[in-house]
Design a protein around this ligand. Structure first.
Ligand SMILES: *Cc1c(COP(=O)(O)O)cnc(C)c1O
Length: 390
């Protein structure tokens, strides 16, 4: 479709293309120098001690859970308002998953709901080992409150910051792991910056970084200091745990390094587009999800909620936008209502705020390269759609 406006889109510059060509012409196109350079650049940008780059955020979430020792018999909790990967990572480890309902004003995990659920779980001896928080739209959850609860109830925190590179909370970079063990970012093409496919896990704990690096590459090590057998044989290496091939290529890392250089410009453009929406939507019966004052968002998504709470209205407006060439999306279908999770025992009514949210939320297009005229078209079509079906 010619005039189709997607909800998100990658942006590749000539510098990006040159960087990839340089990587392609270098001696190693995987396990070369660009991956460590990318990792260092990410760690510097988000203010963490370590960064472990992998082939997706899903892989990063998986090795994060493994590095923190999540296993069968353990429980992890996450938000129902997220992409399935935030929950699947616990299932990969054989652990049980459960969810904490959202705050309807911002779509994020609600700290009060979390506290209530922890009190109950404590009585039942069913406390989670790991909590995976999700910074929806690039807006940070209330991490200080959640961190306090983690100390009281003794659980570990992973931040799924797939949407949130460049964002901050109380002027602290998301990814600096002030309130968590590990933070994960995604470099899928619809996210803030891209490597085609790719992800990274940041941490300040050297032991965790080393474990994740090992899981990324079959659980194999060649480092003399880590070997169990005392040998100087030059061919020798050891597989010490059951790892995977989750490696990022140097071609991808070179693209990531180049994209990361533009992060600040990308964020300010997203901020500008979001502010446009804020002004253009003032007279419409919709509420744009806001980021709390303490959180500086990366504006990965611009999500509106229709004030008319009928789900048939939602579907009609949604379809109208799609047929007029506006690639709106729903972020997200509640994870617990997917057939796989229903089979585990979850059902409608388990997380009512997340379920209600899914009956009136719409993600509008937002990405660098979206033209002002296209944004006006989005508003125009949305206005007509709302008028038509109200
Ligand atoms: C995109 C996304 C993921 C998965 O990222 P991949 O890099 O595609 O594996 C996980 N969690 C959230 C919240 C996401 O938006």
């Amino acid at each position: 479709m010619n005039n189709y406006i997607p909800y998100g889109k990658h942006y590749i510059s000539n510098d990006d293309i040159d960087a990839v060509i340089t990587a392609l012409k270098s001696e190693y196109i995987t396990q070369g120098k660009f991956v460590p350079l990318f990792e260092r650049a990410i760690a510097e940008k988000v203010d963490s001690s370590f960064a472990v780059a992998v082939n997706s955020a899903t892989s990063a979430l998986h090795i994060s859970c493994l590095a923190l020792g999540l296993k069968q018999g353990d429980i992890a909790w996450t938000s129902p308002n997220t992409f399935v990967a935030s929950a699947n990572c616990a299932k990969y480890c054989g652990a049980d998953i459960d969810f904490v309902d959202i705050d309807p004003s911002n779509g994020l995990m609600c700290p009060n709901e979390l506290e209530k659920k922890l009190q109950k779980a404590n009585k039942e001896n069913r406390l989670p080992k790991i909590l995976i928080v999700v910074h929806l739209c690039g807006t940070s959850c209330e991490m200080d409150k959640i961190y306090k609860l983690s100390k009281k109830y003794n659980f570990l925190i992973i931040e799924d910051a797939s949407h949130a590179i460049g964002a901050s909370f109380d002027s602290q970079s998301i990814g600096n792991c002030r309130y968590s063990s590990i933070t994960v970012f995604s470099f899928h093409p619809v996210k803030i910056i891209t490597t085609g496919e790719g992800g990274v896990a940041t941490t300040n704990d050297k032991r965790l970084a080393m474990r994740m690096a090992s899981f990324r590459s079959h659980g194999v090590t060649k480092a003399q200091s880590l070997l169990q057998k005392n040998t100087t044989a030059p061919w020798y290496y050891e597989q010490q745990s059951l790892g995977f091939n989750y490696r990022l290529t140097d071609i991808q890392a070179a693209l990531g390094i180049s994209q990361l250089k533009r992060l600040d410009a990308i964020l300010s453009e997203r901020n500008r587009l979001f502010t446009n929406y804020q002004n253009l939507l003032l007279d419409l019966p919709v509420d744009l999800l806001q980021s709390p004052k303490r959180s500086k968002s990366s504006f990965h998504l611009a999500i509106i909620r229709l004030r008319n709470r009928s789900s048939s209205f939602h579907q009609m407006v949604f379809e109208y936008l799609r047929t007029k060439g506006i690639g709106v999306q729903l972020h997200y279908l509640p994870v617990h209502l997917h057939p796989y999770y229903r089979k585990l025992g979850f059902k409608e009514g388990d997380f009512p705020e997340a379920e209600r949210y899914a009956t009136n939320a719409i993600s509008l297009p937002i990405y660098p390269g979206l033209k002002d005229a296209e944004q006006m078209k989005v508003i125009d079509v949305l206005t007509k759609g709302i008028d038509r079906y109200k």
